[in-house]
Design a protein around this ligand. Structure first.
Ligand code: ZN
Length: 335
């Protein structure tokens, strides 16, 4: 069944319900909660419907700041033995604080730089925490979180101070080594199969690092691989079914490369709208149950289409996976 009308009200209800399931104080003991909060707050913002009560806004903001570790970064949970920084939680905490309009004056940038440096491995990759044993969790997603956090940590500093605390050259080399013979990027060097989400993380990180400079072989091969992922909506790798999240991962990666023009908009938009749930939110494909992750990424994907204004969605900066206004809040120097 085609669902070409945009179910704005139902989506607002979906994100609001998911947010209410979150604790307003320190009851949380699940690192996923900060991530779910990001998808819900970000989704409501894109809909132009992010207007929590003053009390909710204050409670959520204080909850997130309470997760900042004295050693830098943010924890996913206040119930760990001590508040210890966790890289993906740090990324989503910063995005949530921007969405909630919290000034960044409480962000301990020197500690954040030290934290990022301590997560970086010799090969340029990043671990989720400084004391993660082994490197099995180091991948392009961790690099993306580190590069975004490092860019925020650098805002307000000039010239040689803009290191994010870590070795940017090595970080970029690691990401380039994730590119496979197919043209897309894998989770880590040596993994054979490229994947849409990893390709987004690698290319957006390289863009933020100032390492995507136009017309290199790397970019041409990535562009070809990404545009071949469209089969109406986008698939994450050859031979797989289309899934709304890849309209963002692949579409966002093409945007980072300056090739949004290669997206065939009509079938992409139709697939996204057909994946709306009658109850609000989006599943990964039509008839699937909605979840906050696919719902947020479906909206960010729609925000990159020519239908954006007609649907009444805010703009998105594809590389940041945030509205330009939110990106600027994160980068605004603190007086
Ligand atoms: Zn998906």
């Amino acid at each position: 069944m085609s669902q070409s009308t945009f179910k704005r009200k139902a989506h607002k209800g979906f994100f609001t319900r998911c947010l209410q399931a979150l604790p307003s104080s320190a009851e949380a003991h699940d690192a996923n909660r900060i991530t779910i909060a990001f998808f819900c707050l970000g989704g409501l913002y894109l809909l132009g419907e992010l207007s929590p009560s003053d009390k909710d806004r204050q409670d959520w903001t204080e909850w997130i700041w309470s997760l900042q570790s004295p050693e830098g970064g943010f924890a996913g949970s206040p119930h760990a033995p001590k508040v210890q920084g966790h890289l993906p939680s740090t990324y989503t905490a910063l995005c949530c604080l921007a969405l909630l309009g919290s000034p960044m004056d409480r962000l301990d940038k020197p500690a954040l730089r030290r934290f990022l440096k301590s997560c970086q491995a010799e090969d340029g990759s990043f671990a989720p925490t400084p004391d993660t044993e082994g490197m099995f969790q180091n991948d392009a997603r961790m690099s993306y979180c580190a590069v975004v956090c490092g860019t925020v940590a650098d805002s307000g500093t000039e010239g040689e101070g803009r290191t994010g605390g870590f070795n940017k050259q090595k970080a970029a080399e690691y990401l380039r080594r994730c590119q496979t013979w197919e043209g897309g990027f894998a989770s880590r060097p040596g993994v054979v199969e490229a994947q849409g989400g990893m390709t987004y993380c690698a290319l957006s990180s390289l863009a933020l690092l100032g390492e995507l400079k136009g017309n290199t072989e790397l970019e041409e091969e990535a562009t070809r691989w990404l545009s071949q992922r469209q089969i109406g909506g986008f698939q994450g790798r050859p031979g797989k079914l289309e899934d709304v999240c890849y309209s963002f991962w692949c579409g966002g990666a093409l945007a980072a490369l300056g090739h949004s023009d290669l997206v065939n908009e009509e079938p992409n938009t139709a697939f996204l709208l057909n994946s709306q749930s009658p109850l609000g939110g989006f599943g990964k494909a039509p008839e699937d149950y909605p979840d906050p992750f696919h719902s947020y990424l479906a909206l960010t994907a729609l925000a990159m289409t020519p239908a954006r204004e007609q649907l009444g969605l805010a703009e998105i900066d594809p590389v940041w996976n945030l509205a330009p206004e939110m990106r600027d809040r994160l980068l605004k120097p603190v007086p």
